[in-house]
Write a protein that binds this ligand. Structure first.
Ligand SMILES: [Zn+2]
Length: 417
């Protein structure tokens, strides 16, 4: 019986979204939080983009150091042999790759302007897979962009060619959010049966069905005899109307009517960091969490009307499907309303020491010398240059704990090639 795994693509689809972005340190924190939850894989960036190189290398180092404990980090590139070579040039310790190419006639005609045929697409993809294999990629996912508008017969051919040359997974991209749960189920089940490869579901929310489609697609993959890998993003942030929301997807897998009796996660995922990760992404992207967001919206556990309030007071299960404690909610929050000292790119040692001194408990940092504090402060300044907003506690602690990694993340040297 196939299982469901989560591949979060916040650090790829999320950050390529118009008007939105994350600093390299924020992206690193996202990887750390996803790892803490037990997410299988993070699509952590673009190995062919030169400004990502040091960030990607530094995060792979965090894996080696055991700071990132279980999560696999996978880079996303176009499915061409040239891009694969560039990826390994810029990030030599690349281990996991997603190779993407358009498969629909609309895109083959509309993007390549008549210069490419379906046969060319197959050949480019196969060359890319072979290049990735020969350069030492441990796992390869092949992405069929616009799969939902691609003829199923061609998609099967595409999947079979990918599998034959050593790909581990086929990503079914509903790039435009065109599918519905019924169509994606049928397509993915047949793909799984006929190609015999694990299927990734990459669903967009243009018709408001990204989570529903992901779940239906996962059911299709498993009914077709394969594992399912669902692509998610934190708070559903992604191109246009966004992607399948990480938490809503996990709740749908675990809590929707009868689903988990047959369709289960391959590895347990801890939902208790859900509140923290949603809040962090909201702060880092500077996008508020909608009041009615599943699980983490301000109203997700709020009851006002007489019948509901009375019911929930008698027994929470009357009007709540899951508990706020499970999602790491419930702690009161204190907001400073008087004098506040925060960090910035022009901070000095006195203010910085004050801010670090406020961090209590197991995260508390004590510097052994003023020189050490000044070194960390300098890194904090640079981090602020990139993020343009005060760093959160976890970012400050990360810099203090791993200053060499932080330095790498923050080093950008444009036009040096
Ligand atoms: Zn996408």
């Amino acid at each position: 019986m196939g299982k469901i795994y989560i591949i979060d693509v916040t650090n790829r689809d999320g950050v390529q979204t118009a008007r939105l972005g994350l600093s390299k340190l924020e992206k690193t924190l996202v990887n750390i939080y996803l790892d803490e939850m037990g997410v299988f894989q993070s699509e952590f960036g673009f190995p062919t983009s030169r400004h990502e190189s040091r960030y990607l290398q530094a995060n792979l180092e965090l894996v080696k150091m055991g700071v990132l404990k279980h999560i696999r980090l996978e880079g996303w590139i176009r499915a061409t042999a040239r891009d694969v070579e560039t990826a390994f040039e810029l990030v030599p310790n690349t281990t996991h790759l997603s190779l993407s190419i358009s498969t629909s006639d609309q895109m083959i005609k509309g993007k390549f302007r008549g210069n490419k045929t379906r046969q060319d697409i197959l050949e480019m993809m196969v060359e890319a897979v072979e290049a990735a294999k020969s350069l030492g990629a441990e796992s390869i996912g092949v992405n069929a962009e616009d799969a939902s508008r691609t003829g199923l017969d061609f998609l099967i051919k595409f999947g079979l060619a990918a599998k034959e040359h050593g790909a581990d997974r086929l990503r079914y991209c509903d790039t435009l959010g065109y599918d519905n749960p019924f169509t994606i189920y049928t397509s993915v089940k047949r793909l799984a049966e006929e190609v015999g490869i694990a299927i990734e579901l990459h669903c967009h929310n243009d018709l408001g069905m990204a989570v529903a489609n992901s779940i239906a697609g996962a059911k299709g993959a498993i009914d077709g005899g394969q594992d399912a890998y669902i692509n998610t993003t934190i708070n559903g942030i992604g191109e246009r109307a966004g992607n399948a929301d990480l938490l809503a997807t996990l709740l749908a897998v675990g809590k929707s009517k009868g689903f988990a009796e047959k369709y289960q996660l391959g590895e347990p995922i801890d939902l208790s960091p859900a509140w923290k990760i949603a809040r962090f992404a909201s702060y880092a992207f500077d996008v508020p969490i909608p009041i009615n967001q599943p699980g983490v919206g301000a109203n997700a556990f709020t009851h006002a009307s007489g019948i509901h309030a009375d019911g929930v007071l008698k027994d929470a299960a009357n009007y709540e499907l899951y508990s706020f404690e499970e999602l790491g909610r419930g702690e009161p929050e204190f907001v400073e309303t008087g004098r506040e000292i925060c960090t910035g790119q022009y901070s000095g040692i006195s203010g910085f020491t004050h801010v670090m001194g406020r961090i209590m408990g197991e995260k508390a940092i004590s510097f052994t010398s003023e020189a050490e504090a000044r070194r960390v402060l300098e890194l904090v300044r640079y981090a602020n240059v990139e993020s343009q907003k005060p760093l959160v506690e976890d970012e400050l602690v990360f810099i203090a704990q791993y200053p060499d990694i932080a330095k790498k993340l923050l080093t950008l040297t444009p036009l040096n090639h």
